[in-house]
Design a protein around this ligand. Structure first.
Ligand code: ADP
Length: 242
């Protein structure tokens, strides 16, 4: 596809959103029977599935830490997740994303409760349309909670950026590709602590502040959807028990 002349026309984006709008967001907790915890998230055309295993004994044993559990994250894009088939297996990008995702999630976990254990988080990108690392983080936090792992808070992710000189919430593929800036952010929402912040492109200091404000607004929406997904899974079950 060629770049359209303008990415924003009369204040509307290519998909009709205003600059401060998220794409449609759906989160479901506990979608996989054999994982200890799982979640499925759709954000616009992004489709992300996360499975969590653990805490369990760490193998290989030489990777055990005597005082804490080790969190291991694997971000993986399915070959069919992008327009041109992606070569399967890890590449530099997915290795980097796996690392920053782990660092974004670690602060909410009480890893010292499970010395010598491992917690494995598998993030599978089934369909990609920009913002997959932040969508992966959003899904992973729900899957960790679904696994019953004690957490200080959830972690919610969203990206902000700039296209045609306008600061935007939740970039889709065309805006990520042709825009001037892309800034993925992950936040522990209750205390508003940022656990991931990356940036491509450029912002003026004013635009940067504006983008950060938009990100926090988006994070609130994502956080509400995460909590709703967890309630939907657990509240009906407990009502049935009565
Ligand atoms: P994020 O998905 O977190 O925004 P990037 O900014 O690296 O990460 O990628 C933006 C988008 O570019 C992805 O969501 C995906 O739609 C597309 N993309 C990334 N890697 C590839 C690839 N190897 N082949 C085709 N498209 C890709």
């Amino acid at each position: 596809m060629e770049r359209p002349e303008r990415l924003i026309v009369d204040g509307r984006r290519l998909d009709g959103r205003r600059p401060d709008e998220l794409r449609p967001l759906q989160i479901k907790a506990g979608v996989l029977k054999r994982a200890d915890g799982s979640a499925y998230v759709e954000l616009g055309k992004n489709k992300v599935l996360v499975a969590v295993y653990g805490p369990k004994e760490m193998h290989p044993r030489h990777l055990q830490q005597s005082d804490v559990a080790v969190l291991r994250c694997r971000y993986n894009m399915a070959p069919f997740s992008v327009e041109e088939r992606k070569r399967p297996g890890p590449d530099r990008r997915s290795i980097e994303i796996s690392k920053v995702v782990r660092e974004a999630l670690e602060p909410v976990l009480f890893l010292h409760l499970y010395p010598r254990a491992a917690i494995d988080v598998f993030i599978e990108i089934l369909q990609a349309d920009a913002g997959t690392r932040t969508t992966g983080i959003t899904a992973a936090a729900v899957a960790l909670a679904d696994a019953g792992i004690p957490m200080r808070d959830l972690v919610a992710g969203i990206s902000v950026g700039k296209a045609d000189g306008t600061v935007l919430l939740d970039l889709m593929k065309e805006e990520d590709q042709w825009g001037e800036a892309d800034m993925p952010i992950a936040v522990m929402p209750r205390r508003k602590l940022v656990t991931l912040l990356q940036m491509d492109g450029n912002f003026t200091p004013d635009e940067f502040r504006q983008a950060l404000d938009l990100a926090f607004k988006g994070i609130e929406r994502v956080y509400e959807a995460q909590k709703r997904a967890l309630r939907e899974k657990y509240v009906p079950a407990s009502e049935e028990e009565r």
